[in-house]
Write a protein that binds this ligand. Structure first.
Ligand code: NAD
Ligand code: GLY
Length: 380
């Protein structure tokens, strides 16, 4: 990672649940100074995974202790497999054994898995204790740590058991991204591109020019990408916290992505951001088939994803036997399904996404049939 950057603060404006996202360098090693004024009392439990704890638990604890904040740590196994009932139960048991009380605070130190699991535990423990997000992956910094969605997975599908529960603060330490494996950084980039596609064409153009710098760990480029993404997400969450309207836009590509993840079985073969990249490609493909968006724009998106080393087709993510019928079966568990009808986020072009509740199943099946039997380049 190169350079040292400025600290940016993005406000998530939600009346008495408003909070800041602070984006900058060395924030974990200085977390105590940010946390101390916010805590009801100086007692926290850090939830992290084994990998992240090995890297960042010691500096975090040192900073907490330097600021008089008593702390314990609970470590879960890394990976999507931890977002299940067994891990949630074990986490809640350990939090109760530590006698966490309502005035105490849970810190989620890690990627989206830790954030979603610890956030959900915070939402239901003693009917709600405060929590703070300390995201350490690109995906978590630009998406999962912001906006208060917390959840675990069910056998029936992704993120089906959870709660809307906002954190008190998000500290996005750009320095921590330096240790992130390249594949994880790339997967997080899938969610970054999403913001350009939803409503910010100029950000997409910026990504076409600077995406390589983001993925090479350039500090300025990473800081800019995280800040623009957080501003975009904060604005949408502020106008629709509980997804009764606009927030569904943040699910661009996700109806497909969640179905792919359910099929892969949450076993680590397929990363969420990789599934999102394929899902974005499918959402644009569907939009082109419905003549909402030109083929050229769908191609332009795919070219960018390919240039960034992200998958755009199912055959690239190791699900060769997947059929349209199985895909549709998974998609029916989508949280946006109403009266059995699927809702899609479609696009009239790059930066022009919208929510559509009336898509003919035949059109979806035709798109899936083509997507599951041919390489994306052949579909254009
Ligand atoms: P993750 O939490 O599994 O982290 C990825 C891997 O990177 C893990 O093995 C972790 O140990 C490791 N890691 C994390 N930080 C590191 C660092 N700085 N250095 C080295 N290794 C590090 O995955 P993720 O991609 O962060 O999150 C994916 C999850 O987020 C999915 O479950 C997805 O459903 C969820 N999500 C939630 C929301 C939301 O709004 N709540 C939004 C998007 C995604
Ligand atoms: N990641 C989608 C949302 O937060 O709504």
């Amino acid at each position: 990672m190169t350079g040292g950057g400025e600290t940016a603060t993005v406000r998530v404006a939600l009346a008495n649940r408003s909070y800041d996202i602070v984006i900058g360098d060395d924030l974990l090693a200085n977390a105590g100074t940010y946390l101390a004024p916010l805590l009801t009392r100086p007692r926290v439990v850090i939830v992290s995974d084994e990998t992240v704890a090995g890297l960042y638990l010691a500096p975090l604890r040192a900073s907490l202790e330097a600021n008089g904040i008593r702390n314990d740590a609970i470590i879960v196994p890394p990976g999507e497999g931890s977002k299940n009932f067994a891990q949630l139960q074990s986490l809640l048991d350990r939090l109760l054994d530590l006698r966490i009380e309502r005035q105490d605070t849970i810190l989620a130190l890690g990627g989206g898995v830790v954030g979603d699991l610890a956030g959900f535990a915070a939402a239901i423990l003693r009917r709600g204790v405060d929590f703070i997000q300390l995201p350490t992956t690109l995906l978590a910094q630009v998406d999962s740590s912001v906006g208060g969605k917390t959840a675990i997975n069910a056998a029936q599908g992704k993120n089906l058991i959870g709660a809307f529960y906002q954190p008190r603060l998000v500290l996005a330490d750009i320095t921590a991204l330096a240790s992130l494996p390249e594949r994880e950084l790339r997967a997080g980039y899938g969610e970054v591109v999403k913001y350009g596609l939803i409503d910010d064409f100029s950000f997409f153009e910026w990504l076409e020019e600077h995406g390589g710098a983001v993925l090479s760990g350039d500090r300025e480029a990473l800081g800019h990408a995280v800040a623009v993404s957080c501003r975009a997400k904060a604005a949408i969450v502020a106008r629709d916290e509980r997804e009764s309207g606009d927030r569904a836009l943040l699910n661009l590509g996700h109806t497909f992505a969640h179905a792919l993840e359910a099929e892969a079985g949450y076993d680590g073969r397929l990363l969420h951001g990789e599934a999102v990249a394929v899902g974005l490609s499918m959402a644009f493909d569907l939009s082109s088939r419905m003549e909402l968006c030109s083929r050229q724009e769908t191609e332009r998106l795919r070219r960018h994803l390919v240039a960034m080393g992200l998958p755009t087709g199912v055959e690239q993510i190791g699900l060769p036997g997947l059929t349209p019928e199985v895909m549709l079966h998974h998609m029916r568990q989508d949280k946006k399904v109403t009266d059995g009808r699927l809702t899609f986020v479609l696009a009239r072009g790059i930066g022009r996404a919208f929510v559509e509740r009336d898509v003919a199943e035949d059109t979806v099946m035709a798109m899936l049939a083509a997507a599951l039997t041919t390489h994306p380049a052949e579909q254009i």
